[in-house]
Ligand binder design. Structure first.
Ligand SMILES: Cc1cc2nc3c(=O)[nH]c(=O)nc-3n(C[C@H](O)[C@H](O)[C@H](O)COP(=O)(O)OP(=O)(O)OC[C@H]3O[C@@H](n4cnc5c(N)ncnc54)[C@H](O)[C@@H]3O)c2cc1C
Ligand code: SF4
Length: 539
């Protein structure tokens, strides 16, 4: 497939120059010197607009560290580790170029300890700082760790907001307090009103809040989306460092031509590329599946946003502005479909995470207990849709939403895979995988292990939906139309088996209210099937 490579202009300023030179060849000051305050910047807190950085204070020492606790809490895709470290290094350099004091501890630094808080201890001691500051982590495990450290470190503690999200951690929980259902649509409307995005006074632009029904197009077989914008970084030395340290990773990389954005300027370039080339068809083909087109019309902005190189509001404003500037080319439904994902789904998932953790991480509504098939790590399967989604994920550390939800996620759910296994895979493989947004999507939206907190019903489908949305079935070893027999598409029998074996659970009071109404059609079809067909499907 063709690729577009971003070009780099000649650097005019010192900051531009620093941002462009090779990430590893720079010598980094590493000695903690005397400071009044030490402030920790986590790997996903690369927000240059944060109020911390408005003023240069020589008494403040900013600390960034590459630590084994972060490389090892899951088996990450190698591109994910590279992207985080490269982006952290660039961020540290940019801060330093602005005059801030930054202590950057690389993975190979002899003083580096696997545990982040052990590092903090010696840094505080050596710097003599009396204040320890950090931004609120987005992950529960880090939140607990930093709370425990703060209560014992003997310093005064400053906890800052990350100044990234549009809502506070506890806001969604408060909005739905006492309710069993957390309807995303309701939350989304509140967010539209609050941000003013796509609003005409108190009303939604175009008179409608949601254009979801326009987002289900199937491209013609020969349709080719514009190629994804790829960057071209030489991260060879960083790759060698990770390998030498013995970090266990998955997936593949060409580290001499690393394709992901690793700083704000590149993230803005990617946003601009999206608005110009992809947004006009984003909504229309949002749910489409095309063989060998791994990004289609998706933005690939999740990494940049999740590490806070871009703010969700600026991304949505750019999209709204693009629609305003050229409504003939970019219809309202494209812009709305995209903005809903960010101020709706993304923000909503964060609210669910903070309201439901830590219990959320062990929910298993269906009691699923199977292991994930070994071919999830190789892509070696005859099922064309799964092969494409998994090999693409291993090659790119990315799959678009419908591949994650309706191909790999759908399969794991129908096959009864334990949600812990599913979570582990998703948390490792994607470049944008951070627990707050991974687990809510995986355990919640995709696996329905939360019994319906996130989804109104399980996202399941047989082969016919996958055939309707794309063009894999035509080249598949299996026949999407057959329901039983050696050539039958496995999604078909799995689909019916899942619904038959879980009927009682889905009809029980534990399930989300009203679910049986939504599932009624499935069970009416099942009940009307002749017993021999039903038995053959179950067998
Ligand atoms: C099983 C499963 C696991 C997922 N794991 C992650 C994850 O670890 N990290 C992650 O960022 N997203 C995750 N998602 C959500 C979504 O698939 C990705 O955000 C999206 O594919 C990222 O690619 P993109 O930037 O091209 O997105 P686009 O399709 O272009 O969408 C634009 C943006 O909308 C936001 N968005 C869209 N859908 C969601 C959603 N359901 N939840 C939260 N934000 C959303 C993202 O910020 C995304 O960048 C997961 C979805 C599923 C079904
Ligand atoms: S026939 Fe079934 S397994 Fe094969 S591509 Fe279609 S949906 Fe996927």
């Amino acid at each position: 497939m063709s690729r577009v490579f971003a070009t780099f202009p000649v650097a005019k300023t010192l900051e531009e120059h620093l941002a462009q030179c090779d990430l590893l060849q720079r010598t980094m000051p590493t000695e903690p010197q005397a400071a009044r305050a030490v402030r920790l910047i986590l790997g996903d807190q690369l927000n240059a607009a944060h109020s911390w950085f408005r003023r240069v204070d020589p008494q403040v020492l900013y600390v960034q560290m590459e630590v084994r606790q972060e490389t090892d809490y899951a088996t990450h895709h190698v591109q994910k580790v590279l992207a985080f470290f490269a982006a952290m290094r660039r961020f540290g350099d940019a801060l330093r170029a602005q005059g801030h004091r930054v202590l950057y501890i690389t993975l190979e630094d002899a003083r580096n300890r696997p545990d982040m808080t052990e590092n903090l201890r010696w840094i505080l001691r050596e710097s003599g700082a009396s204040t320890f500051g950090h931004q609120e982590p987005d992950e529960y495990r880090l939140d607990e760790q930093l709370k425990a450290f703060a209560s014992a470190c003997g310093c005064s503690i400053e906890v800052a907001d990350t100044e990234h999200f549009l809502t506070q951690r506890d806001e969604l929980g408060a909005l739905f307090k006492g309710k069993r259902q957390f309807l995303m649509e309701r939350f989304y409307r509140v967010m539209r009103e609050r941000t003013g995005l796509l609003m005409e006074g108190p009303n939604p632009a175009g008179g409608q809040w949601n254009y979801d029904h326009d987002n289900r197009g199937r491209p013609p077989k020969t349709h080719v989306a514009p190629p994804p914008l790829l960057f071209d970084h030489d991260l060879g030395d960083l790759g060698i460092m990770i390998e030498k340290a013995g970090v266990k990773t998955m997936g593949s990389v060409d580290s001499a031509h690393f394709p992901w954005p690793v700083d704000r300027a590149e993230s803005l370039q990617l946003l601009d590329y999206f608005c110009t080339h992809l947004l006009p068809s984003f909504g229309t083909y949002q749910d489409a599946l095309m063989p060998d087109q791994w990004a289609l019309y998706h933005a690939r902005l999740s990494f940049s946003m999740n590490v806070k190189l871009l703010s969700p509001l600026e991304v949505c404003r750019a999209v709204e502005a693009a629609w305003h500037a050229d409504p003939e080319r970019i219809s309202l439904s494209q812009a709305e479909g995209f903005i809903r994902q960010i101020i709706g789904w993304r923000e909503y998932m964060r609210g669910i995470y903070w309201d439901k953790m830590p219990a959320f991480a062990s929910m298993n509504f269906f009691g699923h207990d199977r292991p994930l098939p070994a071919w999830f790590w190789t892509g070696r399967t005859h099922m064309a849709c799964l092969r494409d989604a998994i090999t693409g994920s291993l090659q790119n550390a990315y799959a678009h939403h419908i591949q994650r939800l309706m191909v790999t996620g759908n399969f794991a759910l129908l096959a009864g895979v334990h949600p812990d296994e599913v979570d582990r895979w998703y948390l490792g493989i994607y470049i944008d995988a951070i627990e707050w947004v991974e687990i809510t999507n995986t355990r919640g939206m995709s696996q329905f292990a939360d019994g319906g907190i996130v989804g109104t019903k399980p996202y399941t489908s047989s082969g016919s939906y996958l055939n309707k949305q794309g063009h894999h079935c035509g080249t598949c070893f299996y026949d999407v139309k057959q329901r039983t027999g050696p050539k039958a598409c496995p999604f078909n029998a799995l689909y019916w088996h899942f619904h038959a074996r879980n009927r009682q659970r889905l009809e029980s009071d534990d399930a989300r209210p009203g679910m049986m109404v939504r599932m009624g059609m499935v069970y009416r079809t099942w009940d009307k099937m002749d017993p021999a067909t039903r038995q053959a499907l179950l067998d």
